[in-house]
Design a protein around this ligand. Structure first.
Ligand SMILES: *Cc1c(COP(=O)(O)O)cnc(C)c1O
Length: 391
């Protein structure tokens, strides 16, 4: 049995998304910029997809800019606000300590260009306080960027509250909604956001495609110079197969949102029930304001990497946190941001499930994780020390 429990890293392509893509990989191959019939047919499909996507988040089609994914959308949103601010002498940006690296590393790059960045604390519940955002805003602030839901611990942020504050103060507000769209209700008007990033492969769409929503009236900064695609804001012939796949996947995700959330939450609750009894373990992040499918735990006295390898041998694909941190031995910046001590943060496990998982798979996880944890502890000098100190 292979149990795929790493849906926060990426998801399986749905059959509907695949079927929506296929014609564009074969017969509908036109370039939407071409003036002839073959091109214009492609153009029509492109604009239909844009409409489907826009309506799924309460936006206007003219407010949707296709990108190569969530990372590009984050980069473009942040640079749009930064350069617009800089022209007015406003070079201060507010974000949080537990953002995705696509946000944090863009902010690092802007610091080198002379911007000042305030990274807000995230409390032990994994939630940013809107009041902290308000307190941090100054005359110089040009952008607030706070993610809708965290990719490692699944906590949902008070986006509408933060958005209202930003709008009152005349500060642009961007949210990385990559983990949220298709999983919880997202509406750009209700959330008072100016910009919002989305990626298709987190909701059973294809990889390498996403989009940035930008509220009309905000001049978008283009990162890729060239042709006039995306109204001159993102050059390059449109990836129509991927765009069609994203539209189909997003429509399915939004149409079935409640039903899927119910199913996934029931499985996640079963995991919590079955795993929370493991001694010296903890669940990271508030479980109330939370995505349906993400569960992050720490087990004292072991290394997350060893845990992942042994789970993989037992057919369970999971993660220690973000796909970017796996592969390095630093503990997760997200867990450190919510105050998990370094030595405990090393023993982290993220299980992220989707509607493609089954209860039977949850039972396999519940049976296997405690076995692997206790095996690793039996050979761990750190665990020996912890238990010796206890006596
Ligand atoms: C996956 C992810 C991204 C990056 O999206 P890509 O399409 O892989 O570039 C950005 N932010 C969050 C919160 C994510 O989970």
């Amino acid at each position: 049995m292979t149990v795929y429990a790493d849906n926060a890293a990426t998801t399986k392509l749905s059959d509907n998304a695949f079927n929506a893509m296929e014609p564009f990989l074969k017969e509908i191959y036109g370039n939407p910029s071409s003036l002839h019939t073959v091109g214009q047919i492609a153009k029509e499909h492109l604009e239909n997809a844009r409409e489907t996507i826009a309506s799924s988040i309460g936006a206007n089609p003219r407010e949707i800019y296709f990108t190569s994914g969530g990372s590009e959308a984050d980069n473009q949103a942040i640079r749009t606000a930064a350069y617009q601010g800089a022209r007015k002498g406003k070079k201060h940006i507010i974000s949080s300590k537990f953002e995705h690296h696509a946000v944090l590393h863009t902010l690092n790059a802007l610091e080198k260009e002379g911007f000042t960045v305030t990274l807000l604390d995230v409390y032990s519940n994994g939630v940013v306080k809107a009041q902290d955002v308000e307190n941090a805003i100054t005359e110089e602030t040009c952008l607030v960027t706070i993610m809708t839901a965290n990719n490692e611990i699944g906590t949902i942020q008070p986006i509408a509250e933060i958005g209202k504050i930003c709008r009152e103060k005349g500060v642009l507000f961007h949210t990385d909604a990559v983990q949220a769209v298709g999983h919880i209700p997202v509406n750009v008007n209700d959330m008072y956001v100016d910009m919002l990033s989305v990626s298709a492969h987190k909701f059973h769409g294809p990889k390498g495609i996403g989009f940035l929503y930008v509220k009309s009236g905000i001049p978008v900064k283009n990162l890729i110079e060239g042709g006039a695609q995306e109204r001159g804001k993102r050059a390059g012939t449109e990836n129509l197969p991927a765009i069609a796949g994203m539209a189909a996947a997003l429509k399915d995700a939004v149409d079935n949102l409640e039903e899927n959330a119910k199913k996934v939450t029931a499985m996640r609750d079963r995991l919590v029930e079955g795993l929370k009894g493991i001694e010296r373990s903890r669940i990271n992040g508030d479980m109330e304001k939370h995505l349906p499918g993400t569960l992050n735990m720490c087990f004292e006295g072991i290394e997350g990497e060893s845990l992942l390898l042994l789970l993989d041998m037992k057919g369970i694909c999971a993660s220690s946190g973000s796909a970017c941190t796996s592969g390095s031995l630093d503990p997760s910046h997200v867990l450190l941001a919510i105050g998990v001590p370094v030595e405990i943060a090393h023993g982290s496990l993220r299980l992220s499930i989707s509607e493609y998982n089954t209860m039977e798979e949850m039972e396999h996880i519940i049976k296997t994780v405690p076995q692997v944890v206790s095996y690793l502890r039996s050979i761990s000098p750190v665990w020996e020390k912890i238990t010796r100190e206890e006596k």
